[in-house]
Write a protein that binds this ligand. Sequence first.
Ligand code: FES
Length: 176
Amino acid sequence: MAEEHGSSPPAEPASSGAPRIAATPPGLAAPGTAGAPFVAVLPVADLPPGAMIRVSHGDLDLLLANVPAGLLATDDRCPHMAAPLSVGRLDGCVVDCPLHNGRFDLCSGETVQMPTTGGLDADGAPHLPWSPPGAEPKPEPPGRKAEARRLTRVRRLRHYPIRVVDGIVEVAFPRP
Ligand code: FES
């Protein structure tokens, strides 16, 4: 099985029946996963409702989550600056990133709240750095760091194929 790290939420009663699998948003299947073989990663009992966990396979870190829409697998890399989302907080389908407070919908792959640093959204539209409501945006000193923040694009999260076989969660990792 793949290496796993993470924590579970407070214990909840186990649900009965086969676990649901969240739908992959159109166009957001992770590259290289079409037809890729599935790999056993962990017992489904280790991923109760509301839990998310990091699973590492080679140099790939994935986030497995059990959200109201079902089980899903996406990159354990914030789509902003690559912080591990597995240390964030999960609320329904939305996870927050502790680094710049970006919030991301795991089910749709979309950004719910842009990071405080601002930058480009998935469609390339610019967003200013966060400022308190009613306040003028804080001017940034010009320089390469400010330019890097301004041009950092927050992409949509990709999904990896996931299934449950005989109580074991399996994920299709991209072919090398
Ligand atoms: S790295 Fe996650 S919001 Fe910036």
